[in-house]
Write a protein that binds this ligand. Sequence first.
Ligand code: BGP
Length: 481
Amino acid sequence: MRQQAIGYQLPKDFLWGAAAAAHQLEGAWNFDGKGVSIADVMRLGDKNHPRVIDSKVEKGQIYPNHWGIDFYHTFAEDITLFHQLGLTCFRTSIAWTRIFPNGDEAEPNEAGLAFYDRLFTRLRENGIEPIVTLSHFEMPLHLVQVYGGWRNRKLIDFFTHFAATVIQRFHHQVKYWLTFNEINNQTNYQDPHPLFQNSGLQLTVDENSRQQMFQAAHYEMVASAKVVQLAHAIDQQVQVGAMLNMSPIYPDSDDPATVMAAQRAMQTRFYYGDVQCLGIYPHWLLLDWQHANYQMDITEDDYRQLQAGRVDYLGFSYYMSFATHSLTDPLFTYNEQNNLVDNPNLEKSDWGWQIDPLGLRYAMNWMFDRWHLPQFIVENGFGAIDQVDYQGKIHDRGRINYLRRHILAMEQAVTLDGVPLLGYCPWSVIDLVSASTGEMSKRYGFIYVDQDNLGRGSKQRLKKDSFYWYQTVIHSGGRLV
Ligand code: BGP
């Protein structure tokens, strides 16, 4: 593990970045041989109705991911803006369907590889280190329709073939990789919405969805462990990380039954970290499966792979925290939909996300105590409706306020608590299509994009006040103004 001095400053090589994901910004959904991904067939949702995936691809139907913000064609100019912002890294993902349009081909699509070659080259020319996610809420639709998504063990081979292809091609340009974005979002198994994001299960849920979720997640984690090993075999310098959605869950009282419920809620939400960082399944979960009479397909070789393929670092997103009430079930089987409650101590965003800067420091400590790995904050941000004034300015004070308080908490976790941290990538570098709603109006970027929920607008880029503020933070090495 990298040594990190405990002082009052972030390390000199700390990576100051910002994040995005292929399907939310690239557009060009059917260009240069790209296949259809599950993200391409998601309808527009809104604040109260999350997006859903279509059961079939309808001809001519307009979906928000089809246009993204047209980054596929504008990346060169956009990277110039990222450089002006002062970024030293940029997190994005590779769309699996640009490389393997159906997911089960033997040979990759060269035009897709060529696009990422141009992208990574441009980033490096601008002094920006690419941080690359292999699967960010999209997978080939074909793999869902023909194989049932990640319920099928065959997906392990398809994914590792994709990963080996891109790591082999780009390891000289990309040092830091992440396997599955927010792999643990699937925990909320009773809501079909998060299920499909990584696993493509929503189209095919017809069995015990809780068991199915654990099974799909297991195959993904075996695939992830194999990717760690193959990446190291290709290039020892390459670092492969896990990516968890970190939203700590607090007890809403000091009643021991509530404290126990919160512990089980955390165990349930974050057991993925035990598997990916330590290579083990926790005992409580193995017993849970026994009690539920689940026949899980986990082989001896799978256990060996998980041990041998422990990740090099822990990437995570942090937006908010949750709170829970107590449970009476002796197993404390946790279901977030039924048990989460509002925390009256915290303000909320317009989308009901509870804003909790200190929770970031708490979470970083909790994870380091448990998994002892260097961390990388690969998402953190504030979704809001931004207004452009008559001078073309965007005064996004709410975003600056959110980021300032979270960066302070992050710096305290590093300098006061000694948590090793590789870098920080707020979500998002530029406005893009929201993952949960498909709207443009839920904006996160430092750069405004003139485009509405239906894809109308000039696509002109404008620097928000937060752009100039973050630029100053980066230039000063993290001094907060
Ligand atoms: C994370 C996803 C991102 C991103 C972000 C904000 O869960 O990894 O893709 O979109 O959340 O969420 P949303 O766009 O739904 O507001």
